[in-house]
Design a protein around this ligand. Structure first.
Ligand SMILES: [Zn+2]
Length: 333
């Protein structure tokens, strides 16, 4: 009988192999996560640990062996994964064999002790403003020459929860700059008491941002402006089609129509026809490489999500060339 751990090890080996070949993307899934949910029917909670261990096992296949032999559980493998190095992998796996989650956590604490005080999220009080809420430093901290500098993070993890039907609770932290902008927007949009009517002010901000950034809105506006396309502009478009384009800049009008035609979703299809439906960070891609065909015509443009855009670029130009370009761009920044 195949033990549960052997089955998990096999699944993780499968995921690791898929990740190295980008198979999920090639099949038309948005990501490895999407593949695990849609194709393997794993629960959302079960996926992150499996993907994490799969990624780390590409470097440390010993993890898979330990899992298959049931010397460690998946939970323990996921806990150990971020701590593994070439030097410690064998020791860690043998030390933690048979351990529970809690025992492994305690083992890892000894291995890499955490700072006793977590950095505070609150704004750093100015000198003389220390209140009773701030704990006194412990005696062993006293010799420190000055209090630690606590930076105010720009934002914190956000919470968005349904409150009741059609109503949601939003909760997040933001810096003073955000608060100042919110109050200024309330002033210019004529909303009295920004704090009380935050949803109204934010909705105004969202409307303005969407008006400016959403290709759907831009297209609606353009159509209103132009009325129906005249015969003259149609004939202009046809004559433009035949001339080689001078730059890869795609006119916003073309971009908007491609977005509409492609339903504002990635158009990548896997070999079995499965279409990726990602909607975030879409790129306008030349189906025929611009360098060769010198055309920005609507019929050869399509929408791709960032992952499929990269996959297609690697297919056309080769992974080594694309990785070199990415490295060059990073350097120049
Ligand atoms: Zn995609």
């Amino acid at each position: 009988m195949v033990s549960e751990n052997t089955a998990i090890a096999k699944l993780i080996a499968h995921l690791a192999e898929m990740a190295s070949r980008k198979t999920a993307l090639k099949l038309g899934y948005k990501s490895q996560f999407d593949y695990c949910i849609s194709s393997l029917n794993l629960s959302e909670g079960a996926v992150p640990a499996r993907i994490h261990v799969a990624n780390v096992s590409r470097r440390f296949p010993q993890l898979l062996v330990a899992l298959a032999e049931s010397s460690i559980s998946l939970t323990v493998a996921a806990l150990l994964a971020p701590h593994l190095t070439e030097d410690n992998v064998n020791d860690l796996l043998s030390d933690c064999a048979g351990m529970t989650r809690r025992q492994t956590e305690e083992y890892l604490v000894v291995l890499k002790s955490k700072p006793v005080f977590e950095p505070s999220i609150r704004k750093r009080p100015s000198s003389g403003e220390l209140t009773a809420a701030v704990p006194e430093p412990s005696p062993r901290d006293k010799p420190a020459p000055s209090p630690p500098i606590v930076e105010t993070p720009k934002s914190s993890p956000t919470i968005l929860q349904p409150a009741r039907e059609e109503v949601f609770n939003f909760r997040f932290s933001a810096d003073k700059g955000f608060k100042d902008k919110l109050e200024r927007l309330a002033e210019v949009t004529g909303v009295e008491n920004a704090q009380k009517h935050m949803a109204e002010v934010l909705e105004a901000a969202l409307d303005i941002a969407l008006e400016k950034k959403d290709p759907k809105k831009k297209l609606e506006r353009r159509r209103k402006r132009q009325g129906s396309t005249t015969a003259k502009s149609r004939s202009n478009e046809i004559s433009k089609k035949d001339k080689p384009a001078e730059s890869r800049y795609v006119a916003s009008e073309v971009s908007e129509r491609v977005h509409e035609r492609d339903s504002y979703e990635c158009t990548y299809r896997g070999p079995d026809g499965r279409r990726c439906t990602a909607r975030v960070g879409l790129h306008l891609d030349h189906k025929r490489p611009f360098g060769i065909f010198r055309s920005n015509d609507e019929s050869i443009m399509r929408l791709l999500c960032p992952a499929h855009n990269l996959l297609e670029a690697e297919r056309v130009y080769g992974p080594a060339f694309i990785q070199q370009k990415i490295a060059e761009r990073r350097k120049s920044r």
